[in-house]
Design a protein around this ligand. Sequence first.
Ligand SMILES: O=P(O)(O)OC[C@H]1O[C@H](O[C@H]2O[C@H](CO)[C@@H](O)[C@H](O)[C@H]2O)[C@H](O)[C@@H](O)[C@@H]1O
Length: 352
Amino acid sequence: MVRFIEENISKMLETNIKSNPEVLYIGEDDGDKSPARKGLQINEGRGGLIRSWVDSMRACSPTRPKSFNSQSSWIKEHPSALNMFEEILVESQGKQIVMFLDYDGTLSPIVDDPDRAFMSKKMRNTVKKLANGFPTAIVSGRCREKVYSFVKLTELYYAGSHGMDITGPEKGSICNKKNQSLLCQPATEFLPVINEVYEKLVEKTKSIPGAKVENNKFCASVHFRCVEENKWSDLAHQVRSVLKNYPKLMLTQGRKVLEIRPIIKWDKGKALEFLLESLGYDNCTDVFPIYIGDDRTDEDAFKILRGKNQGLGILVSKYAKETKASYSLQEPDEVMDFLERLVEWKQLRCGA
Ligand SMILES: O=P(O)(O)OC[C@H]1O[C@H](O[C@H]2O[C@H](CO)[C@@H](O)[C@H](O)[C@H]2O)[C@H](O)[C@@H](O)[C@@H]1O
């Protein structure tokens, strides 16, 4: 049975800006104050809007710690999940661990070309073993088909397009105890508009060297990792000139990427809740979700776990960043070590 959830989109067309301060304001510098268009922007008159976009673009991917002191106090607040492994196991005692893994920057290292963000064979093998022991989901900003083409594991749940496109593992897999196919696409209505905006963004940004637009099906990404910094405001202008005509779309940010998404109340946090519910763990106290991610969009999931006081979030970052995650890991290699330890622990327990 295919479970297809398509909520009444008009009900979902509420601004989620109140709950998501990372949303960038898209409207005119000097006028548009509609609730759905208010965001991070502090209106400073003409030019101020683009300046604040560029400031935000600069802040999105720090390459060094702010200061030694702030870095060390951050590490105290968000200790390494590897160093705290035993404590994490104690916290999870008697509960079913469910794993949620972001893809880029978590399972694969960040690279210049988004089409070449491959995960290593070793990591794939680790994730495969992990999924044999625990229900496991990949939650990514990428379109589901693309992230699947990188991960290539049938035993996982996949939530693509920032959670707006969810499928379950193939029938018969251990994750899928109910033996049901699963599908959740709460933003199908936006497919044509996202395609249209994608085409326009490709056209508008083609004069900016290094800019790349990616069609992520229910959202689109404008990459500026390979754009010279002195061209960032030109890029911001072009993106805004397209988006100002689409009041039902909003802009969020990731690591050197601007993400264009429908204004609906759906994000990686909602996807996490949906998956827990599909697994039969809604309103349960005996579940321990672990979410590992590196980016701002992962904060929606960290927030949910904090709010429920359930499981934990692990931020993948070398540098101090504001986060609702409880623990940290520095890079994908450390993520692999952490996952390997979980696998070993599970195998020991099952063998015992
Ligand atoms: O949720 P995620 O799986 O982390 O996806 C978020 C975005 O990741 C990708 O972009 C990021 O990784 C690229 C490859 O390493 C890098 O070049 C880019 O600068 C990063 O932002 C992906 O290409 C986007 O579509 C995702 O939205």
